[in-house]
Design a binder for this molecule. Structure first.
Ligand code: PMP
Length: 296
């Protein structure tokens, strides 16, 4: 996967510059200790032009993540939104994944630094988990305990846990992992939230031990419009393995159907599931085609 070429431009601390000419800070606390916060945002080519889905929510979460780890965030969200649209225009990107990253200056101590940088880059990226229903396993890794790190913040260092879980899943022949929390309840995937379907209702873990996904919140909004009941409650592996169907949701993955967890195959065909309805409705929403049909 090539993320940039010699023409790619990124945004760094108020300026647009060539990605190829941008050097990283080798002595940065971010590189050494994972002390950085980031976002993952998607832009869609819609009939109303290029539209970045829920861009304000993403930059507000970035700001909150920085605050939670005591990183200075001296930037204005409105300006970051403006610069993001400009970045897409400069790079001629219409469908894109956008990655803002707030990182710290050179500092080898373990005291929160006082100088931060913001970088925003973008590239074309297909649905992160692909378009087929996924073979998922329960990970041997747990999500980080919220008492050890602010789990509602998108902190770079937290993603070592995600890399461990996905790598383990792939090595065992699965497409993706599902992690439990420290209480052995279902938490989330390495980079997505989960919903399960039982008797026409959707269930999802409550906030507390998971990232408060913007897609998760969007799914809940869509369910309200579609009169689908959503229940936030702690779910066990047994609940999952008695469910009718299940799906992951996230900005990069969008809505991704799950075929099986370990050796349990969901009995309801994906195309007949509530998740498939949500998948279509979500696509309509991000493409601003609520009053039209889309073909998936
Ligand atoms: N959980 C984790 C651990 C994630 O990394 C992501 C992706 N940001 C999500 C859930 C989904 O969040 P969102 O819908 O805001 O992309």
């Amino acid at each position: 996967m090539q993320y940039f070429n010699s023409n790619t431009v990124l945004y760094l601390n108020g300026k647009f510059q060539k990605a190829a000419d941008t050097a990283g800070d080798i002595y940065s606390q971010s590189l050494h200790y994972g002390y950085a916060v980031f976002e993952g945002i998607r832009a869609y080519h819609t009939h109303n032009g290029t539209r970045v889905f829920k861009i304000r929510e993403h930059y507000e979460r970035l700001k909150r993540s920085a605050e939670l780890v005591h990183m200075p965030f001296p930037w204005d969200v409105n300006d970051l939104i403006k610069q993001t649209y400009k970045l897409l225009q400069i790079n001629n990107l219409k469908n894109a994944y956008i990655r803002p990253l707030v990182y710290s200056a050179p500092n080898m101590s373990l005291v929160a630094g006082t100088k931060t940088s913001i970088m925003i880059c973008a590239w074309e990226w297909d649905a992160y988990l692909g378009h087929e229903q996924l073979k998922v396993c329960i990970s041997s890794y747990e999500r980080p305990n919220p008492k050890s790190t602010p789990i509602e913040a998108k902190i770079s260092g937290n993603y070592v846990n995600s890399i461990m879980a996905t790598t383990e899943a792939k090595h065992s022949g699965f497409d993706e992992a599902l992690l439990l929390d420290a209480d052995q309840n279902i938490a989330e995937a390495p980079g997505a939230n989960i919903f399960i379907e039982k008797n026409g209702r959707l269930y999802t873990p409550p906030l507390g031990n998971i990232l408060a996904g913007i897609t998760r919140a969007t799914v809940m909004e869509l369910c309200q419009i579609l009169d689908i009941e959503v229940i936030e409650k702690h779910l066990t592996v047994k609940d999952l393995k008695h469910a009718d169907s299940a799906f992951f949701c996230g900005t990069a993955s969008e809505i991704a159907g799950i075929a099986s967890v370990d050796d349990y195959v969901f009995p309801v065909k994906w195309t007949d599931s509530v998740g498939a309805t949500i998948q279509r409705t979500y696509k309509c929403l991000v493409l601003e085609k609520q009053n039209y049909e889309v073909i998936i």
